[in-house]
Unconditional design. Sequence first.
Lengths: 78, 188
Amino acid sequence: VAQAGLWDVDGTGLAEIEDATLARAILAKVNRMNMATGVRVGGAVAVFAALPHAQAAPLVVAALLCGALYASRDKIPT
Amino acid sequence: MTRVAVAVILAALATAAEGFRASSVRPARPLARRSATHMRLLARPAPADDEAKAAVATASAATQAATDFRNDGAFAWMLPYMEVIGWKPGQTLYGAMPVHTDATVVVPPAAVAARRDAAAEALQNIGSDERARRAQLGTAFAAVALVYATWASLLADDGGLTGHLLRLGLVVPLFLAEGFQVSAEEGL
């Protein structure tokens, strides 16, 4: 919504950011965030896709283990 | 003979340079696309020198900065789609999707002002409820990405080009997972 100079911060729904300088600052921050996210994810997936099958499969098994540990956090009594 | 040849070459170079200069001059934008500030500048008498021109340009830029919001960023191409999707005043974000704002909920003006001030100070454009929803979406899409990666790598990958392309498809759920997570953290 920053692309249109809007925000939704006060509980009254989407509204125009009246201060154009602030709207531009938020837009710049959003654009930087989107670019950084795209580069990070694109790079990681490109490397993952380029790996040979024999190396990608163990990586996914490791990711599954990490995912299972994350999902079980706070659920195992100590 | 040599002088004649040199003169011919010089004339040809001059013609070519003139042609290049003429082709490199940018055509003026149509009047309809010029901003109101630009039109006011056009109506003014021409400044006496470069310094005056620079002063006028600076003042104009400052005036425009205070009153106009114009998106000329890398994602400005999204603008035409935003109103179609429904991201416009009168709607509320719910997991990044627009829903009708609940008119029965009345927020005191003082709370509205305080929340806007806090958001402005932190350079954020979504509230705490929406941030929590996006964090949940980020986790959900991370699970989807993991399931997809498992299927693509362990079940569908035949060791050939198809396997690489299938794994490349991970970019969609992973981008959504990371995007929602970062959005929740940053409040953007």
